[in-house]
Design a protein around this ligand. Structure first.
Ligand code: DL6
Ligand code: PLP
Length: 824
């Protein structure tokens, strides 16, 4: 009978309007007379959510019914951005909605921009997880994401007097995209102690007793696939006190404040995302978050498996769990604990199941980002898990000892426990030992993990345990949604939008590279996107920029290894050159707009100094009449996914200039290229594969290679080391106070001059500047530049996240897509 209540997808704009109006009047209890853009956004989102939930139900029923292997993607971060536009496009109903909204008197852009970004992530790692969810659903894989429902996502960045100021991001005021499942809860235990005893058969038994319980509540977010009725689930856990209520006893006796303390303490677990990118800080609350989320997710996964009544040995045939970096590593000892302590399996049988179930993706080789947890903290918070980790380690080290009897030092090197003070658990080693496959995220990175941090483990397990899956991006959001005109132009040439499902079809664009009309339209679209960004800059930053100038963009988290400092030093160098030129010489220059954006972790002082320097340089350069339009320097506030959607289609050049060997992959490099922006980059991360695909004549590479970095660093410290002369001039200018108080930048400069220049800024400066000059020349030649842009887009097919997901499915998860009952 419930079928009767099924609202149909909207077949006309009127039908859509009716649903919007119904939601505004009933769900939101608003009168149509004072219906503003916010209410219209809410009505539109709710109308689409109704539509999605039906697909969601059918998908879940279908997955349960067919009982096929499922993938669970465990990620502490999902940097989703906005959902409405994506949902409308994926269910192929945006045109109807545009018409409907216009009849109601609204413009689609205004309605879309009402939505608050779901910013539950720091940067690339979280955005990758979001792209993967889109691909998993679009390719019909039975898959769930599991994460935390932070009340505060990544902070909002304000720039005040040139400095970053962090403002909390409370995004849950109105979130139509989630379903609170108050009936789906899991009790998660912390602290307490371990009881050990022998059962009647003399077998050692353990149980974890006492401590405190926090309740996890499920919040489900539908993930619609593109032009398929598959709608997967992202389950985010919120925390609350186990009783769900405050302490009435205390309340009655007048202790109002302490009566709510337990509740507040429990809710703190899912309160806030840690705002560090590529850095771990060992805080207790962070470990609590990790365990809370792993325990709730595993309970859920095991509960689902148990309903099938299959034997435990079937678990890895039904369940693949992917660990997005080491943050969910506690899922490994947790599953072992469930199987041994709760379900009564033998240790070896349980371990064989555990180690076939997990796959681990490494996203960094930076030492400061490799997670370690102190043993005393773990002993206190998770006493049984620590014992299990010790037992896993013991068995592993015994194996190593048997197989490498001559290499006694190896035991200390590969032990999960680091013999420091205090002792630490090395999470990457635990993740590796407990997984059947380990992958890096670009070829160079996957090679580097094998030759550096996991070198010994390659000897121990052999090379087959390690693989590479080069990152990718979803073309739905990052081309079709962000750049609808380019998507339409491509569709007009390729005879439809099939390329959004199979991005390799883009190669057919090469046939049009000499087509004059196509080239012209391609350029016009790029120009229109630059006009849109220029408007955004004017509205938000108050600076007028010339859309005909070369837009040079570096947007990403601010990090020393990503080298925004190299970029801003290059900008200062350019400024000094302009200042020293005659009016005639200046006329020959290509005007440039240098655009920066990105957040610094709140405690990362050096990164904040870089933001400050960029803003100070902007202040001087943008007001200098000698410079005029030739150079503008912009720092865009609060870089996030919805801003990236405006920025990526609008670059001529974007910068991916990390010290070689430090950027595992990068994904924004792919986004810019897919939108016809060229890149200047180092031979690092996925830049290398991008070069291989698009051809080295279409990319501007510079700088030292990863294989030379160690020696260069060694030379800086032990031999005479001279600063690049043109960089020295830049430093002199900063020291002279041109950009404000020189002392505020001294640590930044001293790190390069006196403290070994760890990120090799000076070594790469000359080739960076030279390459920027090549870019100036090339940009002046419109035809040459157009050819490069078109060929770049045509050759980006490899970098779809659909390709990644198919690779994970085949090489790591061993799962098959599940066709929905009905295709759209
Ligand atoms: O794999 C996604 C993304 C890469 O594109 C970046 O190159 C890499 O820096 C980033 N890694 C991290 C590691 N952090 N932790 N933990 O965010 O992953
Ligand atoms: N932050 C946001 C908001 C993004 O959209 C992206 C990727 O597109 C990133 C960070 C990652 O950028 P990168 O790969 O340059 O580090």
């Amino acid at each position: 009978a419930w079928k009767k209540f099924t609202p149909k997808p909207f077949s006309t704009p009127e039908e859509f309007e009716k649903e919007v109006v119904r939601h505004i009047e009933t769900t939101l209890a608003r009168s149509l007379y004072n219906c503003d853009e916010a209410a219209t956004y809410a009505g539109t989102a709710l109308a689409f959510k109704d539509r999605l939930i039906l697909d969601w139900n059918k998908t879940q029923q279908n997955q349960t019914f067919t009982d096929q292997k499922r993938v669970y993607y465990l990620s502490l971060e999902f940097l989703m951005g906005r959902a409405l536009d994506n949902a409308m496009l994926n269910v192929d109903q945006k045109d109807i909605a545009i018409k409907g909204l216009s009849e109601l008197g609204f413009r689609m852009e205004d309605i879309i921009s009402q939505e608050h970004d779901a910013a539950l992530g720091n940067g690339g790692l979280g955005r990758l997880a979001a792209c993967f969810l889109d691909s998993l659903a679009s390719l019909n894989y039975p898959a769930w994401g599991y994460g935390l429902r932070y009340r505060y996502g990544i902070f909002k960045q304000e720039i005040i007097d040139g400095y970053q100021v962090e403002v909390p991001d409370y995004w849950l005021d109105f979130n139509p995209w989630e379903f609170a499942r108050h009936d789906i809860t899991v009790d998660v235990q912390f602290y307490g102690h371990v009881n050990k005893w022998q059962d009647d058969e003399g077998k050692q038994q353990c149980s974890w007793e006492g401590g405190e319980i926090v309740q996890a509540v499920a919040f489900d977010v539908p993930i619609p696939g593109y032009k398929t009725s598959t709608c997967n689930n992202l389950r985010l856990w919120g925390s609350k006190a186990a009783s769900g209520e405050f302490d009435f006893q205390k309340f009655n006796s007048g202790e109002y404040e302490s009566s709510v303390a337990d509740q507040q303490r429990a809710e703190t677990i899912s309160a806030v995302l840690y705002p560090n990118d590529n850095l771990e800080r060992g805080k207790e609350l962070r470990l609590k978050q990790q365990y809370f989320w792993c325990a709730a997710s595993l309970y859920d996964i095991v509960r689902r498996f148990k309903k099938t009544k299959r034997a435990w040995k079937d678990f890895p045939n039904q369940v693949a769990i992917q660990l997005n970096d080491t943050h969910p590593t506690l899922a490994i000892p947790e599953l072992q604990r469930i199987l041994v302590d709760v379900e009564g399996l033998d240790w070896d049988e349980a371990w064989s199941i555990v180690s076939k179930t997990f796959g681990y993706t490494n996203h960094t080789v930076l030492p400061e980002a490799l997670e370690k947890w102190s043993i005393p903290l773990m002993q206190w918070l998770l006493p049984r898990h620590l014992q299990i980790i010790y037992d896993i380690n013991l068995q592993f080290l015994q194996y190593v000892e048997r197989n490498f009897p001559k290499d006694r030092d190896m035991l200390g090197r590969v032990s999960i426990i680091e013999e420091s003070n205090p002792k630490m658990v090395r999470m990457a080693y635990l993740a590796l030992i407990g997984s059947h496959k380990v992958n890096g995220v670009a070829e160079l990175h996957s090679d580097l993990i094998k030759s550096t941090i996991f070198k010994d483990f390659v000897k121990i397990y052999g090379p087959d345990k390690f693989t590479n899956v080069t990152n990718g991006i979803t073309p739905r959001r990052w081309l079709h949604q962000a750049n609808p005109r380019l998507s339409e132009l491509i569709a007009s040439k390729l005879g439809g939008y099939e390329f959004l499902k199979d991005l390799t079809l883009l190669h057919k664009l090469e046939a049009f590279v000499d087509d004059k009309e196509f080239r012209k339209e391609f350029r016009e679209i790029k120009y229109a996107n630059k006009v849109r960004l220029a408007k955004h800059i004017k509205e938000n930053q108050g600076v007028t920029v010339n859309p005909a100038a070369l837009f040079d963009v570096q947007v990403k988290r601010i990090h020393e290894y990503k080298r925004q400092q190299l970029n801003i030093f290059g900008v200062i160098h350019r400024y000094l050159q302009i200042k020293s030129m005659s009016a005639e010489e200046r006329k020959k220059l290509a005007p440039r707009v240098s655009i920066f954006g990105g957040k610094a972790a709140p405690g990362y002082w050096m990164a904040k100094t870089v933001i400050h320097l960029i803003n100070q340089v902007g202040k001087v350069v943008n007001d200098d009449p000698d410079v005029g339009d030739l150079l503008k320097v912009i720092f865009l506030e609060d870089y996030n996914v919805s801003k990236a959607e405006i920025i990526c289609p609008a670059s001529d050049i974007s910068e991916h200039i990390s010290t070689a060997g430090t950027e595992a992959s990068g994904t924004s490099n792919m986004k810019f290229c897919l939108n016809g922006g060229l890149i200047i980059g180092t031979c690092d991360g996925a830049n290398i594969e991008i070069t291989r695909e698009i051809g080295d004549q279409n990319i501007f590479l510079f700088g030292n290679l990863a294989e030379d970095v160690d020696e260069l660093r060694h030379n800086h410290v032990f031999n005479h080391y001279e600063l690049d002369p043109s960089l020295a001039k830049v430093f002199d200018t900063i020291h002279s106070g041109t950009f404000g108080d020189a002392a505020s930048f001294s640590a930044l400069l001293n790190g390069i001059v006196d403290h070994g220049d760890y990120y090799l800024v000076s070594d790469d400066f000359a080739s960076y500047v030279k390459t920027q000059e090549l870019i100036d020349e090339s940009f002046k030649n419109i035809e040459e530049w157009t050819t490069k842009m078109i060929l770049t887009v045509a050759r980006m097919g490899f970098f779809s996240s659909d390709r990644c997901i198919d690779e994970y499915a085949e090489m790591i998860w061993n799962v098959e897509p599940l066709q929905p009952k009905k295709e759209l």
